[in-house]
Design a protein around this ligand. Structure first.
Ligand code: MSP
Length: 521
């Protein structure tokens, strides 16, 4: 796959959107964050250095209004909500490396350095602006873009007509370069469908981007370095978080040196920006043109996934149907929640949450993976006292293991996570089939079949060792539990799982990995 800057085989910088500090985490936020977490864990497991960034978006009108509604200072609201997100991510086993908050002083300084650089390069001008503003989306829409009854076309929320002095970024000047970049790098925006949407959007002339708000109207933001009476538009402020966390910009650099020359020693450019399709335009149009404006390399890939809907309806606070990932976790544990969301949604498409779908996926875990683990461990305990002899051949499932390792790696690299997870589950299915074919219970009864039984059990044990490694990114807790039943201290790395010696392990009969759960009506 071609890309703007050379791929980074040894390092991966992965980002989620930073979530608005005005609402509670829900399964939409959890999904993007799981997706990034799976990739982060997969790459770490493959021996790469990983920087996994998430955080909270804390400026702008939305936050200011929510704080006023709750009778709080905006900073106090942000502190509380950043805490809520951190707690949720810790409960859901998110292994982020850095949690960024846009109210951090480091970020403030980087935003100011960035905007100053745009100004110095002649990409910013001042003008009177009139447009329809949606606080919900935190962006302007033109009259033509508005939805029925003059509402914002994305969420159908009210908009207000605003006329004021703004600073503008000459985004239009970069339209041709952006189109060329997308055309020359077919894998840049994933999946294909979303790439085509962006190209379609770029067939119309690109306007310039208002990058400031008068402080008189909105006080809660980062002041422009060249005009204290204006704050930075929240989307510009927010997108720059990816750069702040990368360490590419040193705002404390000596005068004359903008501190923009250090990209080589930093995490920049990001390998994958992950997000929902709702905010693809800001990431695939605003962000790359802003980067072109300051002269920095573009992110290597952008992945826009679909929407979680509930049954047939959109999930929204006002409809009262928001699914709380922590409530699901309280009933099923973190791993089944992770598994459901990641396995159920084809990367890029919309998917629907229903309690029935959730249970079907849970049953799959119990009946396929859980069942395999308990029958294999109990047979090794019953027939061989928990130890496999060194002489046992373990190649009975070798072809399936190799094929699965390739399929999982390919799914992860192509950002088709649901396919990677499906391939891992298929291996467990194949191993269950092998049990049926080999009938170890008959081999155990048959005179002279000792070596055959050893081979059956060793091949199945090998499969379980590999499965514990394959399931680690999606279900770190269950993978560790399985590894412990197999007598391993930790889940093996992918490249070790295939070859580590089996005869040194003491297998214990596994307690059910996925106990039966009845769904309340
Ligand atoms: N603060 C901005 C992002 C700035 S990034 C520089 C924002 N925040 S948000 O809190 O609204 O989170 C939006 C993201 O949450 C979406 O892009 C998506 O990742 C996730 N989701 C929110 N609702 C969702 C669904 N119903 N389904 C799937 N994911 C959605 O936008």
């Amino acid at each position: 796959m071609s890309s703007s800057s050379p791929p980074s085989p040894d390092r991966q910088y992965l980002t989620t959107p930073i979530y608005y500090a005005s609402g509670e985490p829900h399964i939409g936020h959890a999904y993007t964050t799981f997706l990034a977490d799976v990739l982060a864990r997969y790459h770490r497991q493959a021996g790469r250095q990983v920087m996994f960034l998430t955080g909270t978006d804390e400026h702008g009108q939305k936050i200011q209004e929510e704080a006023a509604r709750r009778n709080m200072e905006p900073q106090a609201l942000c502190d509380a909500m950043a805490g809520r997100f951190r707690e949720a991510w810790s409960d859901l086993d998110i292994s982020y490396d850095r949690f960024i908050r846009t109210t951090e002083s480091e970020h403030r300084a980087v935003v100011q350095a960035f905007v100053q650089r745009l100004m110095d390069r002649g990409h910013i001008y001042e003008a009177e602006y009139e447009g329809w503003y949606s606080v919900h989306e935190e962006r302007f829409f033109t009259e033509k873009e508005l939805g029925p009854g003059r509402t914002d076309p994305i969420a159908g929320r009210p908009v207000e007509l605003i006329r004021e002095k703004n600073y503008f970024f000459r985004m239009s000047a970069f339209q041709d370069d952006l189109i060329r970049h997308i055309q020359e790098n077919p894998g840049w925006i994933r999946p294909e469908k979303r790439r085509n949407e962006v190209l379609g959007f770029l067939q119309n002339p690109l306007g310039d981007l208002s990058i400031s708000r008068p402080r008189s109207r909105l006080a809660w933001g980062i002041p422009l370095p060249f005009d204290e009476e204006h704050v930075t538009y929240v989307w510009v402020d927010a997108l720059i978080n990816y750069l702040t966390a990368s360490g590419a910009i040193r705002p404390d650099a000596e005068p004359g040196d903008q501190g923009f020359d250090d990209v080589a020693g930093s995490w920049w450019p990001a390998d994958v920006h992950l997000m929902g399709k709702d905010i693809l335009t800001t990431h695939a149009v605003y962000w790359p043109t802003l980067l072109m404006g300051v002269g920095l390399p573009l992110p290597r890939r952008i992945l826009a996934h679909g929407w979680w809907i509930v049954g047939e309806t959109k999930m929204s606070k006002s409809l009262g149907n928001v699914v709380d990932p922590l409530e699901l976790r309280a009933r099923f544990g973190s791993d089944p929640v992770r598994w459901f969301l990641l396995r159920e949604m084809p990367t890029g498409e919309d998917a629907s949450y229903t309690p029935e779908r959730f249970l079907t996926r849970y049953d799959e875990l119990a009946n396929v993976l859980g069942n395999l683990a308990s029958r294999v461990t109990s047979m090794i305990v019953r027939y061989r006292d928990g130890r496999i002899p060194e002489s046992a051949g373990d190649q009975g499932l070798a072809q399936a293991l190799d094929d699965t390792l390739v399929a999982v790696a390919s799914g992860m690299e192509r950002l088709r996570v649901h396919e990677a997870l499906g391939a891992a589950m298929d291996l467990a299915r194949v191993a269950n089939g092998y049990v049926e074919d080999r009938e170890p219970w008959s081999q155990a009864r048959r005179e002279g079949a000792e070596a055959d039984l050893d081979e059956t059990l060793a091949s199945l044990l090998r499969a379980l060792v590999v499965l514990s490694a394959l399931f680690l990114p999606a279900m770190p807790g269950k993978a560790a539990e399985l590894a412990a039943h197999l007598g391993l201290d930790t889940v093996p790395r992918l490249n070790e799982a295939r070859t580590l010696p089996l005869h040194t392990l003491t297998i214990r009969k596994a307690t059910p990995l996925f106990p039966r759960i009845e769904l309340e009506t």
